[in-house]
Write a protein of this length. Sequence first.
Lengths: 250, 74
Amino acid sequence: MAADSKIDALGQFELHTALGPLGRSVNFTQSNLMMVLGGALIIGTLIYGMRPRAVVPGRLQSLAEIAYTGIMSMAVGSIGPEGRRFFPFIFALFFFVLMGNLLGLLPYSFTYTSHIAVTFGLALMVIVVVTVVSLRIHGLHFFSYFFPVGAPKLLAPLIIPIEVISYLSRPVSLAIRLFANMVAGHVMFEVFATFVVLLAGAGALGTAAGILPMAINVVLVGFELLVAVLQAYVFAILTCIYLHDAVHLH
Amino acid sequence: MEVAAAKALGAGLAVIALAGVGIGIGNIFSAMVTSVARNPAARDAVFPIGILGFALTEAVALFALLIAFLILFT
């Protein structure tokens, strides 16, 4: 059996239809399956967690309450008292990204946030919501955001384009940050796993040496758990910061 | 020069940018450790900002890695 000299790192991100003929008819891919699963998990945790409605919460109710209060304190802490209006948006965004990142760490599953289509869609939604909110609250005064107070007027032709470009680069950086983190993590998994297989093809000594890439992979899964939660948190907190800028215009 | 060799060289050059990211992340955590050492009560205030700074700096690292992957695989 000839060993492949090229490591196929990116083939794992290809989409195939799931759920047999039903999936093939509507092009329901494993990415969509994971999205449905993630959404069902969040909604299920909230519904079944809050069912007892105890004053002293049990474990599942604690989980639901911590999720709620955590995101609420993030929104109100970053945006101010008006942040309560944006709580459902931030909550849905955070947990959608969190489920996407975390579910991908299970074997044979798929990380739907590892596709730029998904992350750019989310980032585009964030920038549109932020701009529309700002336009609604401040009207045309929104455009004063691009000329910071106290900057010398002579520099305006230089500052305004720079500010506009940096505003428009926000969704791009949001999307690429999440997408590249997920892709890099999973590519590293695949590369070290391929090392194990390639070493095993080199005989008994190779199989024994294959322990090392395997150990690295174990540590990598732990690191990717941290990255999954961190990237979801960063996506949500940056959305809160952009909303703060939109509501307060500075 | 054949395309595969040029691709490999390009990817190698692209990841030189990670040196700056390493310095940046070291800066963030050095500032965090110094501030907690001077004022241990500041830990809960400083930690979320430090983690946010780390994630944003890591994003720059991944931009460079993305360019390397684009060069290498397309």
